[in-house]
Design a protein around this ligand. Structure first.
Ligand SMILES: Cc1cc2nc3c(=O)[nH]c(=O)nc-3n(C[C@H](O)[C@H](O)[C@H](O)COP(=O)(O)O)c2cc1C
Length: 183
């Protein structure tokens, strides 16, 4: 089975519950999963674009993992996309390096799932929130796989629920890998 690259972006992993639990679980599976932690790699925010592009070129299955902040990515991940998905590399007449690669997102979400359903208090579904991500993938010719989400992270999720979500996350990654293998 092909290996999966997880790009983790959490600005404050020391106080995280969900993403830190997921990080610890992913580290148990180094044969299947490469974990790349942006805030650890680039504490000064000076992203080595060539290095990041070379890393992406080695994988067909890539997951962006982050806590949902203002219905979007944390800022270093936004900077990473801005810089790494560059003209002439990711798009433009000579930019095809992400074409045909499989991407998805894995998010922890503060609010409850019911509030992201049609008619819910958020007024937008997760699929709608992910519109910029979807459009970006379309722009570079990448293929989107279904997202993984843990809801209610701000509302005292139990340790058992968080731990179970980490197990489910690894299973989700394996299922995605199987899809990628089948092409
Ligand atoms: C700056 C900030 C913005 C946030 N924006 C949202 C949001 O737009 N929607 C939401 O459901 N939760 C939001 N939250 C809650 C986070 O998604 C939640 O704290 C996070 O998923 C918990 O994951 P962690 O335990 O890994 O830190 C926000 C939290 C912060 C600190």
């Amino acid at each position: 089975m092909s290996k999966t690259l997880v790009i983790l972006a959490h600005p404050n992993l020391e106080v995280s519950r969900v993403n830190r639990c997921w990080q610890q679980e992913l580290l148990q599976h180094p044969q299947e999963i490469t974990l790349h932690e942006l805030y650890k790699e680039y504490p000064d925010w000076q992203i080595d674009v060539a290095r990041e592009q070379q890393l992406l070129e080695q994988y067909d299955h890539i997951i962006l993992q982050f806590p949902l902040y203002w219905y979007s990515y944390p800022p270093l991940l936004k900077k990473w996309v801005d810089e790494v998905f560059a003209y002439g590399w990711a798009y433009g007449s000579t930019g095809d390096r992400l074409k045909g690669k499989y991407f998805s997102v894995a998010m922890s979400i503060g609010n409850h799932e019911v509030n992201y359903l049609p008619g819910g208090s958020v007024q937008f579904t997760v699929e709608q929130v992910l519109a910029p991500f979807k459009a970006s993938l379309h722009h570079v010719g990448a293929i989107e796989l279904p997202h993984f989400a843990f809801f209610g992270a701000s509302f005292q999720a139990t340790d058992e629920q968080v731990e179970q979500s980490a197990v489910d996350y690894v299973e989700y990654i394996r299922n995605g890998s199987a899809v990628v293998e089948q092409g």
